[in-house]
Design a protein around this ligand. Structure first.
Ligand SMILES: [Zn+2]
Length: 325
């Protein structure tokens, strides 16, 4: 049984990981949630939901470390099945908030196979993209493709990163072992602004000012962040269905596998996919992350965790099987 409230993973830039939170399966009935319409409707402008709270939109949601009754400005884009909530202290304009939807649309156009697998097909809790499938003890479905929160409150103060993900598990809905959960991605506006030395867009674009690096991040890094964090959440969603994912999410008392291994696998899959995409990311962006991944992979290959997974034969196949990029 999945037990707990969610899983927080962090960005490409920091590599620490919180322990999976030991959770309690809630006995309460599922009430008052807003279920979006099926995907496939004609493209429309994002719907402005005004100032409200995560709790008002999805009762029982746990948006990372942010209180669920914190008021944010929310939008929902039906065509993408995606929510965006922006904290007023983030200093993001409405136009910048809508850039999140634009970034998702770009991924969907440029990398349709990967986008579909991660954001769309996962919604039902079944997947045909696993390399090492095993019998699932439960089904984790999603209420939406992604729920993005732009607020520094999403992360605990000791786990600051450009972004995090939190897969918020919720009570049973219609059957005993089918859960309807929320894949949250938190963007840290202070890190994106360049307020935290060594983190955020500036290390990727060292020749640019903080403001210019932030602007460039909106054009390409944001899409990568959304894919990256959502992929971590995908591993959480399907860890009951996949042997490698299960090893990466090993429960207490067995410690979770070293986070660097997962980080390296996520980066590797994305870089391989980007190499096939036509124009999703610039050469300088890809060079930065290729170099970063090369040094991380070299380190990871020496780790006991990697060697153990290798001995267990868990690196057969790719992290995620997609038909095409
Ligand atoms: Zn990561």
């Amino acid at each position: 049984m999945p037990a707990g409230r969610g899983w927080l993973g962090e960005s490409m830039i920091t590599v620490k990981l919180l322990q999976p939170l030991k959770r309690v399966v809630l006995a309460a009935a599922l009430i008052g949630c807003t279920v979006p319409q099926p995907i496939g409707a004609a493209d429309t402008a994002p719907r402005d939901l005004g100032r409200t709270t995560v709790k008002q939109i999805f009762k029982d949601a746990v948006p990372g470390w942010m209180p669920p009754d914190q008021e944010l400005h929310f939008w929902f884009k039906e065509e993408l099945d995606a929510y965006v909530g922006v904290d007023s202290t983030s200093e993001w304009t409405d136009e910048e908030a809508l850039e999140v939807f634009a970034a998702l649309s770009r991924i969907r156009t440029d990398l349709p196979g990967l986008y579909k697998a991660i954001f769309e097909e996962s919604r039902t809790g079944t997947t045909r993209h696993l390399s090492r499938p095993k019998s699932p003890p439960w089904t984790n479905r999603n209420v939406a493709a992604v729920f993005v929160i732009v607020s520094s409150a999403f992360q605990p103060p000791d786990k600051i990163a450009i972004a995090s993900n939190y897969y918020s598990l919720r009570p049973d809905s219609d059957t005993a072992n089918a859960y309807l959960n929320i894949p949250f991605v938190g963007l840290n506006p202070a890190v994106i602004r360049g307020d935290v030395p060594g983190l955020g867009p500036s290390p990727i674009y060292p020749a640019l000012t903080k403001q210019a690096a932030r602007a460039q991040y909106f054009k390409e890094g944001l899409a990568d962040t959304l894919l990256h964090e959502r992929l971590h959440a995908y591993i959480t969603q399907f860890y009951g269905h996949e042997r490698l994912f299960a090893a990466l999410r090993a429960a207490v008392p067995q410690p979770p596998c070293e986070y660097d291994v997962e980080e390296s696998l996520v980066k590797q899959l994305l870089l391989e996919t980007y190499a096939q995409g036509k124009h999703a990311f610039s050469e300088s962006f890809l060079k930065y992350w290729s170099d970063d991944q090369s040094s991380l992979a070299a380190k990871v290959r020496e780790s006991p965790c990697y060697k153990q997974l290798q001995q267990e034969g868990l690196f057969n196949g790719t992290l995620l099987k997609v038909d095409s990029y």
